[in-house]
Design a protein around this ligand. Structure first.
Ligand SMILES: CC(C)(COP(=O)(O)OP(=O)(O)OC[C@H]1O[C@@H](n2cnc3c(N)ncnc32)[C@H](O)[C@@H]1OP(=O)(O)O)[C@@H](O)C(=O)NCCC(=O)NCCS
Length: 234
């Protein structure tokens, strides 16, 4: 199913989502979704997630503190502390083979996308899982193709089309997306990946927060100092 493209939602499913939405807002701490959103029943939220108007999620799991400002995602795992911009499209698009005699799914899929199928079994895997790491920022109207893995701390520029895996802490822009820079020197990025600050409890992160924005030219020594400060707080 083209989970990330517009599709008709019939009234019973719209009503079922509104019931699920109210239940999620009561049961998952810090979960909030605008009424003009849609989330399929199999999505899972870790907590402190906000879904703004026009967000559409199909088979998505979302880590803590990640939010979506009106984007679509399908068949995707999203880590913690991710910021996803308006009108981004993430996974769930569907793959049509490019080297068969035709790209039309009536010849390789039983799903009857155009109301008919000429085959009894599926010849290809149409949907692959897409993975977004922790602390990833995805800009407005970015497109992340099915099956792509985006490393922790990466930034995807507005309007980028991401076709390949993205290394941790890379800044990607353009069509197809290319790495335009790295957020940190290699040693610093490695250190952050090992530290995994996003797994600390909120109590610790609140105390560390002023340190996170104190400077911009980070060194390995800075990160090591933060790691020992975090263990003192704990
Ligand atoms: C990716 C982004 C963060 C770049 O930030 P930055 O690190 O400050 O980078 P710079 O602005 O110095 O740009 C670096 C280069 O990338 C180019 N660039 C920046 N954004 C780009 C984009 N979206 N697409 C293509 N190229 C881009 C710049 O023109 C510059 O090119 P140059 O080196 O030839 O001059 C920013 O441009 C962006 O796309 N932000 C997304 C905003 C958004 O969608 N917000 C939604 C809210 S969740």
């Amino acid at each position: 199913m083209p989970a990330s493209s517009p599709q008709i939602l019939f009234l019973p499913e719209r009503i079922a989502w509104q019931v699920r939405r109210l239940k999620l807002m009561q049961e998952v701490p810090g979960f909030w979704a605008h009424w003009d959103t849609y989330v399929s029943a199999d999505c899972v939220f870790a907590g402190n997630n906000h879904l703004f108007m026009k967000t559409w999620l199909y088979r998505v799991t979302m880590g803590s503190y990640s939010y979506i400002a009106g984007a679509r995602a399908g068949f995707t795992t999203i880590g913690s502390f991710c910021s996803i911009g308006p009108e981004a499209l993430i996974g769930g698009l569907g793959m049509h083979p490019t080297n068969f005699l035709t790209t039309h799914p009536a010849f390789f899929s039983t799903k009857k996308q155009a109301g008919v199928s000429f085959v009894r079994s599926n010849a290809v895997k149409e949907l692959s899982q897409t993975h977004i790491g922790h602390d990833v920022w995805i800009g407005a109207r970015a497109l992340i193709l099915d099956g792509v893995k985006i490393g922790n701390g990466a930034i995807i520029a507005a309007n980028a089309v991401v076709t390949k895996h993205v290394p941790a802490y890379a800044v990607m822009a353009g069509i197809p997306a290319r790495q335009i820079k790295s957020r940190f020197k290699k040693g610093v990025a490695d250190c952050l990946e090992q530290w995994q600050w996003w797994n600390y409890p909120e109590r610790v992160l609140k105390e560390l927060a002023p340190e996170f924005t104190k400077k911009t030219d980070w060194t390995v020594a800075d990160i090591k100092r933060l790691i020992s400060k975090a263990s003192e707080i704990e």
